[in-house]
Design a protein around this ligand. Structure first.
Ligand code: CS2
Length: 577
């Protein structure tokens, strides 16, 4: 039987959790609209809108890597399914399908950069969120912005700084502190425009001829904000990096009126908000310092001042195991909802989001959907990155070299599980600043239980990607901590040995390393050391710049422990799945 595509009018079976009412406007631009966002933030946002009744938080997603998602989601009117899969108390498979409608639309920068910039500039957007993965931050092994990758966006930024395509269409002199909802704070030119909108209900934001006179005069679609914006030029160069897209969007926002905005990183990195802001500052400095000795242009000074006073960059910790979508995931979803969903996703039932409470403007009431707001998110990030993600990486690399395709199978293998426990409880746990009220041993046991969930089908090949980008955040601090306290981190040593063997065998056998940021470097290290020399390769990889904290990769105690495991693993098996 051919199923119809999921759509806003699909009749869904009773067991499906239905969407809660479409958003009225876009309030969030999300960069890196992929699997994780769909299973996590989009759901929190849907629930927050439903619980608060404030429907101004619709999401416009920037699709960085899978442009085919754009037509897929559009055909479904923005609807898609999250299938939560787990085991019930008796150990039988259980699932819940939730249809989501918080995403208004998605856009691919290769085709629609101008639209994304305009959306980031719109005053009705008050939060810009990111899940662009570690490598999306465009940082080199030294942790600084990789200028060669960012150059096309740096050139576009410079051109847009000098010749803004998005400007106030009347003499707006609103101060940066002007509040969109409080007309008494608006400048003289804007104030009279506030009350004169007479757009009727047939107004279309895409058709200026349908706007009322006041809106036409302001050249701004009704109901999408209060600051005047011009139409963008159509020939805006396509953004090549998410970081470039973001900083160009912020520039457009400043030039188009400058309403305050929060930029919220949701990637698996310690201090993700600070890491993001540092990269943005380096991007700006690359333009600003282009001519040494010359002070910033007035435009650049204005932009930097605005950024300092009208934007905030909170950190956050996100958690939900979200396997890569396979054909069988989509079949499972079809069976659950009685319609075909080409943008569906599955995930484990668990979800968590801890956010630093530091917003420049309004935000969705995510707490009504279970998110926690805290003053300092660092202990939460540390705990999750080191205990969850660190153990994940160990399971993934050992699973790939010892023949276990899924994370649950790797977890069930006694020869791996003992090392996973040693890493989790002896290396990671003692190195952590305990978050208030947390019980880390219990948290660790709960994680091991989650990893053992076979229903997700989460693969070792998915988690083994981007090793050089992930290892520094996951294993670096725990290794340093153990060595500083006179201990050899045995669990990390096993993990590093498994990673080294994974890299060596992949290069030897011509298998994709899944680590594009370091592909060429890893290949040349392995070839120089000798593809058939496990120990020599491991020694060389341990001192790869940026992998471990300075000096740690050459620490003789750590090196000895890693090499012992490398020999043991090389003697046990010699393949890679
Ligand atoms: C995983 C994470 O792929 C990986 O590296 O460790 O994506 C992990 O599943 C999530 O962080 C869980 O919240």
């Amino acid at each position: 039987m051919t199923l119809n595509r999921l759509s806003p009018t699909s009749e869904l079976p009773a067991a499906v959790i239905k969407p809660k009412g479409a958003p009225e406007s876009v309030g969030i631009v999300h960069l890196g609209w992929g699997a994780f966002h769909r299973a996590h933030q989009a759901l929190y946002t849907q629930e927050a809108m439903a619980a608060s009744g404030d429907r101004s938080w619709g999401i416009l997603g920037d699709v960085e890597r899978s442009p085919e998602l754009v037509p897929a989601l559009r055909e479904q009117g923005g609807r898609y399914t999250v299938l939560e899969v787990g085991l019930d108390e008796a150990g039988n498979p259980s699932q819940v399908a939730k249809v989501v409608d918080s995403v208004v639309d998605v856009a691919y920068p290769g085709d629609e950069t101008a639209r994304l910039l305009l959306a980031m500039a719109a005053p009705s957007t008050r939060v810009i969120t990111l899940t662009i993965t570690e490598k999306g931050y465009t940082r080199g092994p030294d942790g600084h912005l990789d200028l060669s990758q960012a150059q096309p966006d740096i050139d576009a930024f410079r051109a847009e700084l000098e010749a803004p395509w998005l400007v106030a269409t009347h003499a707006c002199t609103c101060p940066p502190s002007a509040n969109e909802d409080d007309t008494s704070t608006w400048c003289e030119a804007c104030a009279p425009l506030a009350t004169t909108c007479t757009c009727d209900e047939h107004v279309s934001n895409d058709a200026p001829e349908t706007w009322c006179e006041a809106c036409q005069h302001r050249n701004i679609p009704a109901h999408s904000g209060t600051k005047p914006l011009a139409e963008p030029a159509s020939d805006v160069p396509a953004a090549k990096t998410a970081i470039g897209l973001l900083v160009r969007g912020l520039l457009a926002r400043y030039q188009g009126g400058g309403a305050p905005v929060t930029v919220l990183s949701c990637d698996n990195m310690a201090h993700n908000g600070k890491v993001l802001k540092a990269v943005i500052d380096e991007f700006i400095a690359a333009v600003d310092d282009a001519e040494p000795g010359v002070s910033s242009s007035p435009e650049m000074t204005g932009f930097k001042n605005w950024l300092a006073t009208n934007t905030t960059w909170p950190s956050s910790m996100v958690d939900r195991i979200t396997p890569r979508v396979e054909a069988k995931t989509l079949d499972q979803i079809s069976a659950a909802i009685g319609a075909r969903d080409e943008a569906g996703i599955s995930s484990e039932p668990f979800t968590q989001w801890v956010i630093e409470d530091n917003f420049a403007a309004d935000r969705p009431k995510w707490e009504l959907a279970g998110a926690e707001f805290v003053d300092d998110v660092a202990p939460w990030e540390e705990t999750k990155l080191r205990m969850l993600n660190g153990t994940h990486s160990l399971l993934a690399y050992s699973g790939r070299i010892l023949g276990y395709p899924t994370m649950a199978e790797a977890m069930a293998a006694p020869e791996i599980a003992s090392h996973a426990r040693a890493y989790m409880f002896d290396d990671a746990l003692p190195s952590i600043t305990v978050p208030e009220g947390a019980d880390l041993p219990a948290y660790g046991e709960e994680l091991l239980h989650r990893f053992a969930n076979p229903a997700t089908g989460h693969t070792t090949s998915q988690v083994s990607t981007d090793g050089t980008q992930k290892i520094p955040f996951r294993w670096g601090a725990a290794t340093q901590y153990a060595l500083d306290h006179g201990r050899v981190p045995d669990g990390v040593a096993y993990g590093l040995a498994a990673w080294s063997e994974f890299v060596r065998r992949a290069v030897r056998d011509g298998i994709d390393l899944g680590d594009p940021a370091s592909d060429a470097t890893l290949k040349s290290v392995v070839h120089d050391a000798g593809v058939d020399s496990p120990v020599t390769v491991a020694r060389a990889l341990l001192t790869l710049p940026g992998l471990l904290p300075a000096g740690v990769g050459a620490n003789p105690l750590l090196v000895d422990a890693v090499l012992r495991y490398v020999e043991e693993l090389a003697a046990t098996s010699d393949s890679l799945i």
